[in-house]
Design a binder for this molecule. Sequence first.
Ligand SMILES: [Zn+2]
Length: 351
Amino acid sequence: MAAAFDARWDAVLGHDRSADGLFVYAVRSTGIYCRPSCPSRRPRRDRVTFFETPAGAREGGFRACQRCHPDATVTAADPWIEKIRRACVYLSNVEGHPALATLAARLGGSPYHLQRNFKRLVGVSPREYADAVRLRKVKGTLRQTGDITGAMLEAGYGSSSRFYERAVPKLGMAPSVYRRGGAGMTIGYAIVDSSNASLGRLLVAATPRGVCAVSMGSSDGELTRALSREFPAATITPDSGAITRWTRAILAHLAGRSPRLDLPLDVQATAFQWQVWQALASIPYGETRTYSEVASSIGRPKAVRAVARACATNPVALAIPCHRVVPAAGGHGGYRWGVARKKALLNSEAT
Ligand SMILES: [Zn+2]
């Protein structure tokens, strides 16, 4: 999630009075919208939508909260609140990046004070805010259509290179430029012992751009054969150098020493797989979600089976924690590397 929305969420978590009037947050499960300082119980992050104005929330079909009365005007103790709110509305609708001076001229005040007060009240700079809004539009369009080019053009990214440069690092994965079968790719791999009898041997493979496969198996032969099947046209060689760092990070993660596993990934994915994998990456260590919860969290509540398929085709075990998704009916569900391994992973994370 982009920084501007993180800052809003932080304000909600902190019941931050100084954020009142800047935005309201709406909760999908209750249909109610609130000002940031509302004393009510905090909702789950994935159920929250932010609106610049109460009117926006009403148009979105939400009702005003009876406790915090978000429609009442905030007494303007801080004259910047209204100005910055207008700046946010403007940045959400404008094409491209307006210069700070242009923005200041529209709202009144110097560029310096605008920048400073924007950061103080919103948590990020106007430019970062505009980026976050665009990224949100891209994600929204992708969610509806799965069409990357369309989403990109709609969000105002003129060329695809600019899109990848700005948006993709925030989406969390490198765009895959290679063709099917790994033609033209050079892949190095290393196999280590997972130090867990139930998991067995662990293979980590990477291109110069990032990790492209993480798998578990009972023998090294089985693991290398599977890698060759996945990338039949690639040049695959054992690697004793660069990959060591990733295997170390994974082993530390498996031993419970680092709950977050952040590896640079170089994986090929459809827009849908991408969305699912991103949702999986946000499931905290030690927690699980059901397939239908994941489907709802990406705005596709009916796509439960497609979510299960996206989990089953995850090429990077642990790095994208598909083992944290389980059936609503109970039990462990399937796992690309065997249910016994999924069970073992969930057990070790639960303790
Ligand atoms: Zn409220």
